[in-house]
Design a protein around this ligand. Sequence first.
Ligand SMILES: O=C(O)CCC(=O)C(=O)O
Ligand SMILES: [Mn+2]
Length: 204
Amino acid sequence: MTQELFETHRFERIALPDADIALLRRLDLHDDSGTLLDELIATIPWRQDPITLWGKQMLQPRLVAWHGDPGLSYTYSGLRHEPQAWTGTLRSLKSLVETAAGTAFNSVLLNYYRDQNDSMGLHSDDEPELGANPVIASLSLGAERVFVLKHKSRRDLRVYKLPLPSDSLLVMKGPTQANWKHGLPKERHACGPRVNLTFRNVLR
Ligand SMILES: O=C(O)CCC(=O)C(=O)O
Ligand SMILES: [Mn+2]
């Protein structure tokens, strides 16, 4: 059943060693009015968290929010978070993503990149709360941005650049987080806003 759904949705496998990554270039989000991006930007309770970089306190170069089932808690960027409640829109998106990915999720981390100057540094989604070999389903909306993947130990492999178009769904699973880092660099050219939703299953 799961395999069947996977094929129906026409995922492309991203052929990287020590990883299990697939990309669905376009997931139908039932966004007929084309207002989903603006709605998320306007209604999600975005925060800009502080980070310490080279001993200096600054704000992260993007806005974030975390929504999920009640009672979960999750530490990222060194900060512990309680989830905001699911909204109707986030619940519908979760359901579409769960069907496409063939996996259930109990939370979503949202990232809002306002323009080309917003970014996310190289990291792995390897927090202990996610367990070993987590499945992460990452939905992109808005401006196309380049997602980069860098192997943790193999210096012979180049940094892999994967442009993520609007409405695409990237699924990372198996040993991907153990062996690769990923990030979203700034762009040199002007670009509009992008919202990314990474659905995760946080273990209780
Ligand atoms: O914006 C993206 O595509 C990456 C997001 C990400 O890696 C994360 O939320 O952990
Ligand atoms: Mn990540």
